[in-house]
Design a protein around this ligand. Sequence first.
Ligand SMILES: *Cc1c(COP(=O)(O)O)cnc(C)c1O
Length: 392
Amino acid sequence: MLDEGRVRAETPGCGSDSGTVFLDSAGSSLPSQVVLDTVIGHLRREAEVGGYRAANERLEDLAAVKTDIGTLINADPSCIALSDSATRAWADFFYSVPLGPGDRILISGSDYASNGIAALQRARATGARVEQIPTDPNGQLDLDAMADMVDERVKLVSVLHVPSNGGLVNPAAEATRIAHSVGALVLLDACQSAGQIALDTRELDVDAMSVTGRKWLRGPRGTGFLYVRPELATTLEPQRLDLHSAQWTSADSYQLAADASRFEFWECDVAGRLGLGAAVRYLLDLGPEDVYAAVAARAEYLRKTLPEIPGVTVRDLGVRHSGIVSFTVDGVAAFDVRDRLAARDITVTVSQASSTLLDMTARGLDAVVRASPHCFVSFDELDRFVAALAEL
Ligand SMILES: *Cc1c(COP(=O)(O)O)cnc(C)c1O
C-alpha cells in the first residue's frame, strides 16, 4: 500500500493544512520535492560553471534517465528518445512513416487534436486518407469494426490509450494485434496513461509510444519521450536530423545514430531531463503498482460520489477506467464551474471539444469539467471538493 503521508510530505504543493485541493494531474501535476531540487540544483550549477561542464558532471545521471524509463515501460534504453513534449515525440515518429497515395491512416475516436491535425496534414502531403476507427457503445475502440475495416492499405494506426477528456482506457494491445494482422504500424499516445496505469511495451507490442513528463509522471514541463520498437529504432529514418541524430561522415554522406537517439536533437533542457529522470525514479521507488492503485481508488471514489449531487452528470465512458473523472453541471458552464472552484482554491480544468473533436462532437458536448486526482490527494480533500461542488 502507498504511504500517503510520505507522498504528501514529499510534495511541496500539498501543504498539510494549506486548504488547496489539486485535481489537475491530467493537465500539469505537482512535482515531488526531489524533482524540484534536481531541476533547480542543475540550473544553479549551470550558472556556476556553464552548461557544458554542468552537463558533463551528470553524464551518468543523464544515461540513467533512459534506463529508468526503460524499467518503467519494460523497454531497452536504446529504444527511448527523450523529447521536449509528447506531441513532438508523437510527430517525430508519425511524420517519419513513409506513406503514398491510397494509403490509409486510422485514428481513434477520442484522438487528441494535435494528432488529428497532423494526420490530416500528412494525408494532404502524401495522398493518403484519414479514417476513424469506430467507437463501441462503451466509448472505446470498436475492435470488431476495426477488424472489419483494415486491409493492407492501412499503413499507420494512431491508438489513443487514455483520452484527455474522460476516464476510459482503450484496449491498446488488442487494437495493435488487429493493426499488425495487416502489417500496419501502431503509434500509441500514452500521454495520459504513463504514471497512472501500467505500461509494458512488450505486452502492448506497439511500434512506438509517446509520453509527456508533466502529467501523471509528475516531471517538469517541457519534457517527454518517445519509445520506438528496436527494429524501427535502427531502420526508420526520421524526417529531420542534426549532428546528434546522425553523424556527418564525408562531403556527401551521413550516418544515422544506431538507436532511438536518431529521434533526438542535441540541444536540450538538461535540467528538465534530469528532473524527468528524478520523477521516474521517484515513481519506481514508491512502487508504480501502489501509485496506480491509489489513483484508481481516488477516481472511483469521485465517480461514485459525484452523481449523488443533484445536477451533476459524470461523463466518463469505458469499461476499464482511468484517473480522469469528467462531468458537467446542469445550468453552469464548464468554465464557470472551474472558476468558482478556483475561488475556493480547488483546481480542476476544462476539456473543450476542440481538443478531442470527434468524440465530443459525436456526444454533443462542447466542454466537460475534468478532475484528475493523483496519489498525493487525500480523501478529505476529495470530500472538500465534493462539498464545494454541491454548493454551486
Ligand atoms: C496532453 C496530451 C498530449 C500532448 O502532450 P504535450 O506534452 O503537451 O505535447 C497528447 N495526447 C494526449 C492524450 C494528451 O492528453
